[in-house]
Ligand binder design. Structure first.
Ligand SMILES: C[S@@+](CC[C@H](N)C(=O)[O-])C[C@H]1O[C@@H](n2cnc3c(N)ncnc32)[C@H](O)[C@@H]1O
Length: 351
């Protein structure tokens, strides 16, 4: 039981729903699901309600993410003989290296989750990393983990909306986002805000979620996959790679490089292998089809017996649909979670 549901991460009695009370969990899942196209919701409604939609999603999903995935809530490809955990770290190290992070730099992590990448990047580069996140539940967990690992001096959090970052202009030596800008209601406005807080001559890097050039807006199945990705991940929409790069430029950045790192040659496993329902493997057991099946059955029993709050199974279902949408998007090549870019805020005289 403890192996399947570790208490420090997924504690049903305490309620896993962040700030959502046990008794309100079912209502919260329904509110969330009704915003989405698969249930008749619209993109406009999701944009208008982005704060409550995203916060409800992460209140519901965070414990399951940490339980099934780890402390870094992002994807990675796998090369050589890498384990899943090693591949996650390599993905973070690559970003830190390309961004040129060094000791003494003050770096912003935009949409930082519970701080898995933030701690790893601070440890790897020696920089001080400050994460902004609008989800109090994740920040609380992040602060506890910073303390547990003795990282509180160089790893900090700001509770706030990344559309209005509460710091003065020209505050940071670098900024990055890992799979968080996808939640923004307005990409250009978000990049303008990151531009504002970066010092001139400094760079932002990111891994972003996009529909690729293979995506066909007129293909019904492609759109179904896109909607499942939106539902399973708290997204107002999924923009195209071109929309991301255009938004960076519109905000004033000079794009120095862009690359979809999902399609590099000689990969041992593509990123979507991690969400593939597959045969038994001991590492990442909870992500295998057997692990998922056992998890679902246990949850049924826990909810039926009143230990898990009503609505727990539905949260699990939303996350499973997320996995299925992501897998299909990856398999078809119509979606990537890792459009990587580096973009510079020019010195005024360079513009
Ligand atoms: C997929 S998670 C990625 C987290 C982190 N980058 C990682 O890789 O572990 C997206 C994060 O963005 C945060 N986020 C979404 N919208 C936000 C907003 N408007 N302001 C601040 N944070 C936001 C979420 O709370 C969540 O922590």
């Amino acid at each position: 039981m403890a192996f399947l549901f570790p208490q420090e991460v997924l504690n049903f009695r305490r309620s896993f729903g962040g700030t959502i009370a046990r008794s309100n969990l079912e209502q919260a899942v329904t509110f969330y699901e009704d915003l989405h196209s698969v249930n008749g919701g619209t993109e406009l409604k999701r944009m208008e309600n982005y704060t409550s939609m995203v916060n409800t999603y992460y209140d519901l999903a965070t414990a399951f993410y940490e339980y099934g995935w780890g402390q870094s809530f992002h994807m990675s490809t796998r090369v050589y003989n890498e384990s899943f955990k090693e591949s996650i770290k390599r993905h973070e190290h690559y970003l830190a290296l390309r961004l040129g992070l060094k000791p003494g730099m003050k770096v912003l992590d935009v949409g930082c989750g519970i701080g898995g990448p933030l701690r790893e990047i601070a440890a790897f580069s020696g920089a001080t990393v400050i994460g902004i996140n609008n989800n109090q539940h994740q920040i609380n967990r992040g602060i506890a983990l910073n303390k547990q690992y003795g990282m509180s001096d160089r790893c900090q959090f700001i509770k706030g909306d990344f559309m209005k970052i509460p710091v003065p202009d020209n505050s940071f030596d670098a900024a990055y986002n890992i799979e968080a800008c996808c939640h923004a209601p307005d990409l250009v406005a978000l990049y303008k805000e990151i531009y504002r807080v970066l010092k001139p001559g400094q760079c932002v890097a990111g891994y972003d979620w996009c529909m690729t050039n293979e995506y066909d807006r007129n293909n019904e199945y492609h759109n179904k996959v896109k909607e499942e990705i939106e539902l399973g991940n708290g997204l107002p929409t999924v923009r195209t790679t071109t929309e991301y790069i255009d938004a960076l430029k519109a905000a004033g950045f000079r794009v120095l490089m862009e690359e979809d790192v999902a399609v590099r040659p000689n990969l041992q496993c593509p990123w979507y292998d991690s969400v593939k329902p597959k045969v038994l493997s001991l590492e990442g057991f909870r992500r295998t089809s057997l692990g998922r099946f056992i998890g679902r059955q246990m949850l049924k029993v826990l909810e039926f017996s009143g230990i898990a709050p009503k609505g727990s199974q539905e949260v699990y279902n939303v996350l499973e649909r997320s996995g299925d949408g992501l897998y299909e998007g990856g398999r078809l090549g119509i979606f990537t979670p890792m459009l990587f870019y580096i973009a510079e805020k020019p010195h005024h005289e360079d513009i």
